[in-house]
Design a protein around this ligand. Sequence first.
Ligand code: GRF
Length: 214
Amino acid sequence: MTKQREPLRIAVFASGRGSNFEAILKNIKNGTVNAKVVAVISNKSSAGVLETARKENIPSFHLSDVHFNSLEEYTERLLQVLAEAKTELVVLAGYMKMVPPAIVRHYKYRMLNIHPALLPSFGGKGLYGHFVHEAVLEYGCKVSGVTVHMVDEEYDTGPPVMQKCVPVMEYDTPDTLAARVLVAEHEIYSTAIQLFAQDRIEIKGRKVVIKKWP
Ligand code: GRF
């Protein structure tokens, strides 16, 4: 039997309701994901994720660039929080701010984002939340889906780690499509994190290769 490593130490960045964060927590609790959330960071004081983190006794931080004198100071504070928590993987779950480039570089191939479409379609600056689903419907796509990808210094351009399709129905509105995509998000984000926890992620050129288990 393959020996389990210590739980993967993940830090979650989020700005909103935090349903992905909750799904990840649920899967950690039921043993599907061998990880521990060591910090939750939000740029919004009212974010649901901070509330959930507090209830779960997870260290939570409201950190916004507007509270700092410079990008350098802000970056330094974020790096400090991540380092003190001994973060191994950074998980962006509905984080509506650009992560400072120095942090992206520091956590190269150790930072994930989730996007509610099949990248490279319907991604990039301005394509987030309902704008994504509106654009998918307007284009007349028959499928949409989710992409979990590595974060690089651009918007939504890092290599995909996992993707999952969902059908687009004739009667869909942006809301009904978003709800169907969200179900897939909750499923594959945890699966992708578990691949890191199992040390099964390998980078070959631009590609993420998933190693066999065990
Ligand atoms: C999700 O749709 C995710 O794909 C996007 O932001 C949304 C966050 O939702 N990046 P939640 O806060 O996890 O519920």
